[in-house]
Design a protein around this ligand. Sequence first.
Ligand code: NI
Length: 175
Amino acid sequence: MAILKIARMGHPVLREVAEPIADPSAPEIQRLIADMVDTLADSGGVGLAATQVHVPLRVLIFHVPASRTGTGAAMPLRALINPVLTPIGEEKVTGWEGCLSVPGLRGAVPRYNKIHLTALDAEGNTIDEILEGFPARVLQHEADHLDGRLYPSRVEDFSAFGFNEELERYPVELP
Ligand code: NI
């Protein structure tokens, strides 16, 4: 296992559309997931997509702490392979996002409040779930990475975009 280098905004791998994974059980995929877990633990984020570690394959990992799930229970760390997200309804919510590939910054991003997720897990089992609120936001952010998009391209109001340290000193209220 290893801590991988995270690509920063401007690196072309972050603009690539990642390829589907044919065999989730392949040793190189299992090793990639293990290394992504180490990398995320080292960096302290809630999610990481393979494109961020210079591998253009459709796998992401994420977890959500108990304070952010809305249910009171944490969502433990897991891998999603070939995830497909479908919005449920039209409602969008604007909330803060940061990204390990855009270090030090945060911005306000509108995302669908509720989504239908299908994917495979790291053992190749089918996942079919509905997610709402912050977990749905995390997944939309990570799935965007697999399509070559970073969150700044989703920001509509740049008055709430800035460096974390400054936004902590001078808080901006979201609408
Ligand atoms: Ni990100």
